[in-house]
Design a protein around this ligand. Structure first.
Ligand SMILES: Nc1ncnc2c1ncn2[C@@H]1O[C@H](COP(=O)(O)OP(=O)(O)OP(=O)(O)O)[C@@H](O)[C@H]1O
Length: 742
């Protein structure tokens, strides 16, 4: 019966290095390459379930110097993905278990980014017909092949699921699959397997695979006959005919009741895993579970899907810092000095942190409140958290909760899920490798809720000192003691934090900085930091106080200092280019020929500021806008443009704002002739809000070239308020009269 089943014409491609998947065989493929990961995420993983997609597994050509697409081998194997295991955070890394279906030839690539998709021609049938009985040569070849295959299978360990299955099916297996399956079982080089893959014709494939089979049998026989030689390492085989046991009986061959021969890689790994578990000093309840899983793993065939899941679990258990802590050095005087050295101002916050640490020093217990720093962006909340960890000599780990709307982000997935992984707390502990780090829960106010549970509810348990000594991550499924972890949270506003969570934390408000404070922060902290990051020294760049003042007043509008730091970075980059052109040595005083460089240091005066950062618009008018973090300066800017006499307001404007815009237009129109001597016929407005740069506009158009304004405070939020009208009117006035506003 001939098969009408076929694979799709276009399939996503998984590019593999040094591996060849043959039809009918299964293989575990570790994936770390970004294109392959993109393919897995978009084609295979969908809402925690495995989408049934046929993928093409295509090996890379061995010659690495061939660039681009030419590096792909011309033939590959279409495969179904049986299982995906792995983690997607902090670094995405997956392992696919795939089963080969049939050969294909890659005709062309139709997509390369974010992952490869190719047009392919199927070379094998998916359901193979009965063997071609007419051709005597093939009949003989197949006969011979079956005899050798049965000899080989007789020598292998039947507890291996693939071997046992193959043994059972050997007589009924179609010849097409027989050659591929046996070739995938024996130890062959990458090039040899590529040859099998390229052998589309059955007779050719059998002729290539048979010698590999025979070689494997001979190798195994040699090991059997001379175990002593092997034991004493006298047995050596040339590289080309090197034999590796394909999982003979576990622990080597049994002779006279003694285990002899080489342990397989698999056994080495399991032994290593067991030693690792021992060294991790798990508490008794966790040790019991881990050992039980390890025993199950030992019984499973390495290629079975369950084996991958259990192995990842046991490895995580062995990697977690159950009893490993960093040595805490708590000296309140040193803590004060460190906090002062790292951060200017923030007196209230520093005082409270020191009080907290002092209690820790006296009581040696972490059962205090969880500190939550609340304030506008860029005021140093996160960096204070890092300083606390540094001063305590603890590891620091930051978990960004912004946008997290799934309970499993905190608590992990149950292991029954495909692609399940532990929650971010457990992953964080694995990353830092100690059980007493400082964990910063960043942007706790941006937690969301979705259909997969409330992450805030999961955090309640984490942050409760009474409960977190028995924190159960769904993936781990055994309690982990979080009581030594020091949790600190940060938020921009308390309004969106659920009351129960708010109740667990002590809020410390961090206000925005004054101009004077920003001046000190810029000169003492931010500039030295940026100079160092850009490989510059004060001998190369000098930024006078006056320039810093201008930078703060004219180029930044924010409560914190993040934009200020960015602007300083921009200045450093511009100077770095000039310095690099001068070929100076590291001191910045001489160039590479030893000549004194007189052009340095480069002084950044106001003119240089303007040259590097651009002109700051003197015709911008400021209004005030309300935001969740206490308010924002609303910049309205005007420019002249053509119009058609119609008033158009766009964006999410409230009624009062619309009315203000209309009034502003009317005012400009009525006063135009008397103030500017001409009739105003076009008008539009634009504003920029430094807190969040969203494009939301209010346009007002009329007929002639006239001031044009544009306003965009927070998009998707209704913007309202009468003061905007004054700002709009002022701004158009400024633009039209070309007089800067004071
Ligand atoms: N008082 C200060 N002294 C020295 N540097 C500061 C001070 N405040 C902020 N900074 C610096 O400003 C930068 C931004 O700070 P950080 O990332 O900690 O802000 P944040 O308050 O956590 O912001 P967000 O709410 O957006 O996360 C950091 O480089 C930090 O070192």
């Amino acid at each position: 019966m001939s098969s009408i089943m076929s694979i799709p014409r276009q399939i996503p491609l998984l590019v593999v290095d040094e591996k060849v998947l043959l039809p009918g065989s299964s293989m575990k493929i570790p994936v770390t390459n970004s294109r392959n990961i993109a393919m897995i995420k978009s084609r295979l993983l969908n809402q925690n379930s495995l989408a049934s997609t046929i993928i093409g597994v295509i090996p890379k050509e061995p010659s690495e110097d061939i660039p681009g697409n030419a590096a792909l081998h011309r033939n590959g194997t279409a495969a179904v993905v049986v299982q995906v295991t792995g983690i997607s955070w902090p670094q995405p890394s997956f392992t696919l278990l795939v089963t080969g279906l049939c050969r294909f030839r890659l005709e062309k690539l139709v997509m390369e980014v974010p992952y490869l998709v190719g047009v392919v021609t199927q070379l094998d049938k998916l359901v193979v017909d009965d063997e071609d009985d007419d051709n005597q040569e093939i009949i003989d070849l197949v006969e011979n092949f079956r005899i050798e295959a049965s000899k080989l299978l007789g020598m292998l360990d039947v507890s291996n699921a693939t071997v046992a299955r193959l043994k059972k099916m050997l007589s009924s297996l179609p010849a097409h699959h027989l050659a591929d399956l046996c070739a995938s079982l024996v130890n062959a080089s990458f090039m040899e397997k590529l040859q099998v893959l390229d052998a589309v014709e059955l007779s050719k494939r059998l002729k290539i695979a048979l010698p590999l089979l025979v070689r494997q049998i001979e190798g195994l026989e040699m090991i059997r006959k001379s175990p002593e030689n092997l034991k004493e390492n006298k047995f050596s085989v040339p590289q080309k005919t090197k034999v590796m046991l394909i999982r003979p009986q576990r622990g080597g061959f049994v002779r006279n009741g003694n285990h002899i021969g080489m342990p397989t890689d698999e056994e080495d790994e399991l032994q290593e895993l067991q030693n690792k578990l021992k060294a991790a000093k798990l508490p008794p309840h966790a040790h019991k579970v881990a050992m039980k899983e390890l025993q199950r793993l030992k019984k499973l065939a390495p290629i079975s899907p369950e084996s991958g899941i259990i192995r990842t679990y046991v490895e995580l258990m062995a990697d977690l810092p159950w009893s490993k802590s960093s040595l805490e050095t708590l000296d309140i005087n040193k803590a004060r000095q460190d906090l002062d050295a790292d951060h200017y101002a923030m007196d209230k916050l520093k005082r409270r942190v020191l009080e907290y640490l002092a209690v820790r020093q006296l009581k040696n217990s972490l059962r205090g409140p969880i500190l939550c720093f609340v304030g506008p962006p860029g005021v140093g909340k996160t960096s204070v958290g890092r300083s606390i960890a540094q001063t305590l000599g603890r590891e620091f780990h930051r978990i960004s909760l912004g946008g997290s709307c799934n309970q499993s982000d905190i608590r992990g997935h149950r292991r029954t899920y495909i692609g399940s992984m532990p929650g971010r707390i457990i992953q964080g502990l694995k990353t830092v490798g100690v059980n007493n780090p400082v964990i910063l829960l960043d942007e706790i106010d941006k937690l969301g809720t979705g259909i997969h549970g409330d992450p805030a509810a999961a955090l309640l348990e984490v942050l409760d000192p009474e409960q977190n000594c028995n924190f159960v991550d769904h993936y781990l499924n055994v309690p982990f003691d979080l009581s030594q972890v020091m949790f600190i949270a940060t938020a921009n506003t308390t309004k969106t934090i659920p009351p129960a969570l708010l109740d667990r934390m002590e809020l410390i408000h961090v206000q925005g900085y004054t101009q004077e404070e920003k001046l000190h922060i810029a000169s003492r902290h931010l500039l030295p930091k940026q100079l160092e990051e850009h490989g510059l020294t004060p001998h190369m760049l000098q930024l006078p106080m006056e320039s810093i003042k201008t930078l703060i007043a004219c180029y930044t509008r924010e409560a914190g200092v993040r934009t200020l730091e960015r602007k300083l970075g921009a200045l450093c980059r511009a100077v770095a280019v000039r310095v690099a052109e001068m070929n100076v040595d590291t001191t910045g005083e001489h160039n590479v020929e030893g000549r004194v460089v007189t052009e340095l240091p480069i002084f950044i005066d106001e003119a240089a500021l303007e040259e590097i950062l651009g002109t700051w618009a003197a015709w911008r008018c400021s209004g005030l806008a309300w935001t969740a973090v206490g308010g924002e300066v609303l910049l309205v800017e005007a420019s002249k443009m053509e119009g058609d006499g119609e008033l158009v307001l766009t964006g999410h404007l409230g009624d009062v704002m619309k009315e203000s815009a209309k009034l502003a237009l009317n005012w400009v129109r009525t006063s135009a002739r008397e103030v500017f001597g001409q009739t105003i016929m076009a008008f539009s407005c634009q504003s920029k809000c430094s807190y969040r740069r969203f494009s939301c506009t209010a346009f007002i158009w009329t007929r002639a070239p006239l001031p044009h304004r544009h306003s965009h405070p927070l998009s998707s939020r209704v913007k309202d308020g009468p003061s905007a009208g004054v700002t709009i009117a002022n701004s158009s006035d400024v633009s039209f009269s070309d007089r800067p506003l004071q």
